[in-house]
Ligand binder design. Structure first.
Ligand code: IVH
Length: 671
């Protein structure tokens, strides 16, 4: 080996060590010693070196935190120790009873209780061998869970290689993966702008994220993790608390709030303190967990069929307040859907001042027989958006006016319409109603659509008011001078115009999504683009043709037809085409390479070494085959990578469907 090669491999090991250390200081201890820029610099150096030394690949390298699109469908694995849940209690009385039952179970022996936060995320079990993360498994049904190791490796709060020392050769540590409130709120804002369904709470968001098949998505979501349970045959201490303190020294993120107490009064004090203080924590908690500290006593108390006798969860009450309904206002969305909003006398709830709550739709208002001036109960549990859960009829003013859903659009005065089978009322004036116009433009420029990121909602609003843009096509007409009204913003104006020009390269499938056809989300847009291949075929497709596309149902098909039936929309599409936007799949996407797979239905499963799944889908299509989602008697063969799911394997064997490896497949389509 030459001198430089040797130096470089040394440098790789050194950089990995340093970066693990900085990562630990930043994400676990919250005490960084270098700046972001310096960190990025070291990371880039490592990435470059690793690219030149593929033989030195290490799944636990800090560079692996960024993720890749090579990801398995999750393999199911059996837990070495089953993951049990805890029984829940809701009152001081319950806690006292549990304490007494422990006392009795231990025949009056002294005992200590470890009090901890109950984190409201999703539980994870991590295995470490020789200080390196080897496996991360979700709870699943408690006996089997999903192997989500690749995704978990991207979570910065979870050490890949332990920075501390003194840990056992092998152990498991369990804890909770969480999405911090701040990240959750930002994510939902982005989703709202892109008209994607919102996550109800950080737990759902974290769980949706962890199940993503693309580790890069997980890496981008900034998940956090706290660990609270150490398992193994050679643990450092005889007490649960002491074990966690040891784990903290090894490099794990353990709650600061954990306390060891003796009496039930101390337990209640802990509960009452955190019931208030938890509102200042960066992540969601929904209770307190109480654990008998001594492992020997835990063993002696044992388990019921479902949960340990030595531990219990006390759940905080969902907070509920009563306040007065002052007024109902109405919001108009991009699609014209009108949402009623309750405006209430401000009230303190779960740490924030609440004065508005959604009323969903007309039926919801009817179900409570809401009257203006009513006292309503507002609740905020795990959900960020407060809900109205009831009305106190006894407090209704003698003369009170029943809430009547509006008949005309609050923004443009057009009479509202209600479509068959839908709960919402709509403003049909899509061409003239300002929030609909602005909403469509905001959708068009969103990251997942045309990605014109230097243009935000405020700017859209400003340009709309200044009359610069009335529809999405107008964007491509504006020039630097127009934007730069008072001449003070030449640079940002130029940047924006460049970004708009750049968007002309955005692929056809995202253009279809950007049009904002009702019900057509990102995935449907891709399916439509791939199927019809160009805008003319899509515009002229009939109901039957549209429904032939896998994943497109009647409602969506009708919506697409009605969109293109509208002269105004066709005119916009024509203008966009004129400006040079991509109105067809690119050549590389359409070029039929061969017809070797003609007539074949192929299922893709597992992880691949040479191409991503999306690339394989495309290759199948380019060679005349069809990619289908599930195995049936009609499946020609399965293109199987590593770690193909066991249920798929079983099904394939049962139906006698052939399994083709990645290399065999590549040979099949080779020229
Ligand atoms: S201990 C056998 N400690 O709550 C005891 N669990 O219903 C194992 N949880 O599935 C769990 N915070 O996801 C424990 N400090 C904490 C916890 C905690 C949250 C979750 C965990 C578990 C569920 C229990």
């Amino acid at each position: 080996m030459s001198a430089t090669l040797f130096d470089e491999s040394e440098r790789i090991l050194q950089l990995r060590k340093e970066l693990h250390e900085h990562n630990y200081r930043y994400y676990v201890l919250n005490q960084p010693t270098i700046g972001d820029q310096e960190f990025d610099f070291l990371m880039h150096e490592l990435q470059d070196l690793e690219a030149r030394h593929p033989d030195m690949f290490d799944a636990n390298s800090p560079t692996q935190r960024v993720g890749s699109d090579l990801n398995p469908e999750f393999r199911q694995v059996e837990h070495r120790y089953p993951m049990l849940s805890l029984s829940n209690t809701y009152s001081e009385q319950d806690v006292r009873e549990w304490y007494e039952s422990v006392n009795k179970g231990l025949a009056g022996e002294d005992f200590e209780v470890c009090c901890e936060m109950k984190y409201d995320g999703l539980s994870i079990s991590l295995t470490y061998v020789d200080g390196r993360l080897t496996q991360a498994v979700t709870r699943g049904d408690g006996v089997h869970g999903d192997d989500v190791t690749a995704n978990v490796r991207t979570i910065r709060a979870i050490p890949l290689v332990l920075p501390g020392e003194g840990y056992p050769h092998e152990f498991e540590i369990r804890g909770e993966i969480l999405m911090p409130w701040a990240v959750f709120e930002r994510l939902n804002k982005e989703r709202e702008a892109a008209e994607e369904p919102l996550f109800a709470n950080p737990r759902n968001a974290a769980s949706g994220t962890l199940k993503s098949l693309d580790t890069r998505v997980v890496a981008s979501r900034q998940l956090d993790a706290y660990l609270y349970y150490l398992l193994g045959s050679e643990l450092p201490a005889e007490g649960h608390y002491e074990n966690l303190e040891a784990a903290r020294r090894w490099g794990f993120k353990i709650s600061e709030g954990m306390r060891k107490v003796k009496t039930v009064e101390e337990i209640l004090e802990f509960i009452n303190y955190w019931d208030v203080e938890r509102k200042n924590l960066p992540v969601a908690t929904d209770g307190i967990v109480l654990k008998v500290n001594s492992l020997r006593q835990q063993r002696s108390l044992g388990y019921t069929a479902k949960s340990p006798r030595w531990a219990i969860a006390y759940k905080f009450k969902a907070e509920r307040e009563c306040t007065r309904l002052l007024e109902v206002t109405y919001q108009v969305g991009r699609t014209g859907a009108v949402t009623p909003v309750a405006n209430m006398e401000p009230v303190q709830l779960a740490g924030t001042t609440v004065k508005r709550a959604t009323l969903n739709n007309e039926d919801f208002i009817r179900s409570f027989d809401l009257h203006i001036g009513d006292y309503v109960y507002v609740e905020k549990g795990g959900e960020i958006i407060p809900k109205i859960v009831g009305v106190d009829i006894d407090q209704r003013p003698i003369i009170a006016q029943q809430v009547q859903f509006i008949k005309r659009c609050p923004e443009c005065g057009t009479p509202l319409v209600r479509y068959d089978g839908e709960a919402a009322w709509y403003c049909p004036n899509d061409a003239g109603c300002p929030p609909q116009i602005k909403g469509r433009i905001e959708h068009f420029i969103a990251r997942k659509a045309m990605n014109i990121d230097s243009l935000g909602p405020e700017t859209v609003d400003e340009y709309f008011r200044r009359g610069l843009i009335k529809n999405v096509a107008d964007l491509y007409d504006i020039d630097v001078q127009q934007i730069n009204g008072d001449g003070s913003r030449t640079k940002s104006a130029q940047k924006l115009v460049n970004a708009i020009q750049e968007s002309k390269k955005v692929p056809f499938e995202r253009v279809v999504f950007a049009l904002g056809i009702r019900f057509v989300g990102e995935t449907s847009a891709r399916l439509l683009a791939r199927h019809f291949k160009n805008i003319d075929a899509l515009m002229n497709a009939g109901l039957v043709e549209l429904q032939e596309v896998e994943g497109i149902g009647e409602v969506m098909a009708k919506s697409i037809i009605s969109y293109f039936h509208d002269e105004k929309n066709r005119a916009i599409v024509e203008r966009l085409r004129g400006y040079g936007l991509q109105m067809a799949l690119s050549e590389s996407q359409t070029a039929a390479a061969s017809d070797r797979l003609a007539g074949k239905s192929i299922v893709i499963s597992g992880v691949f070494a040479h191409h991503s799944r999306d690339e394989y889908k495309l290759l199948i299509e380019q060679h005349g085959g069809k990619n289908v989602g599930s195995i049936s008697g009609k499946t020609s063969f399965i293109l199987a990578g590593e770690n193909m799911g066991p249920s798929k394997l079983e099904k394939a064997q049962k139906l006698g469907v052939a399994i083709v490896s990645e290399d065999e497949f590549l040979k099949m389509i080779e020229n």
